[in-house]
Design a protein around this ligand. Sequence first.
Ligand SMILES: NC(=O)c1ccc[n+]([C@@H]2O[C@H](COP(=O)([O-])OP(=O)(O)OC[C@H]3O[C@@H](n4cnc5c(N)ncnc54)[C@H](OP(=O)(O)O)[C@@H]3O)[C@@H](O)[C@H]2O)c1
Length: 257
Amino acid sequence: MTSTRDLEGRTALVCGASAGIGRATAAALAARGAVVVGLARRADRLATLVAGIRAAGGDARALEADMDDPEGLAAAVQGLDATVLVHNTGGPPGGRLLDDPPSKLASAFQRHVLSAQVLVQALLPTMTASGYGRIVCVTSTSLREPIPGLGTSNTIRAAMGGWAKTLSGELPPGVTINTVMPGFTDTDRLTSLMEARAAREGTTPDAVRAAFIAQVPEGRLADPEETAGVIAFLCSPEAAYVRGQAIAVDGGRLRST
Ligand SMILES: NC(=O)c1ccc[n+]([C@@H]2O[C@H](COP(=O)([O-])OP(=O)(O)OC[C@H]3O[C@@H](n4cnc5c(N)ncnc54)[C@H](OP(=O)(O)O)[C@@H]3O)[C@@H](O)[C@H]2O)c1
């Protein structure tokens, strides 16, 4: 983890901060000096996150909100002076796209794209006024290469990619947007996907894990802290000229460039 405190004096809203990549990102941004506002539904998990950041000498507070509820989300962030936004939330359940009911796609669109739209519209005036804005959306490598068995997820990641790239052309100078595409990352989300896949295929989660790792040139899963490090860089002043990019943190698994 970097020792640079280049986000001192800035407030960072980190969504999905109670677990996995979001939790690691909250810690990484706090270590860079940001005041972190950690958003999620589970208050107990957020309280643990905030206590951990404060114990490490950082500053954080919890914001309990549900990204499935656009009006509630807008109300929760009203007046927040954040100039860094990490958009991250729970991925849709797995399954073949042909088997997915339209309501599953609609729910995923609401959780991912609508919440991102609500948050950017709420925070943009502060970012514009301060001349500094960093928006990073956590998506998936399936934005670029769809993953079999994750139909709704593949669809919604591509939608997020188009949304972010479009905004990249509309946001003012100084306010950047990028997406980070995690590969197989050792979190609760990956554990539940491995269990579901093992049940579907009549095998064990360990066998699924081994099959996942076999696709990765680095030969292992990512630690969430590794993904968080890339996100934190994109939030930093150093990344001012990185804009409109989708960056994979996948140990080399993607086959396309
Ligand atoms: N792990 C991987 O291998 C991997 C690979 C590719 C892409 N991704 C994607 O990267 C993102 C983060 O993954 P992860 O592995 O860190 O997931 P995770 O461990 O399941 O954590 C998800 C986080 O999102 C929050 N969240 C879920 N639904 C929410 C809602 N409706 N409102 C507010 N917060 C909500 C959860 O908090 P609460 O439950 O407390 O609300 C939790 O903090 C997901 O979109 C995931 O699909 C992950």
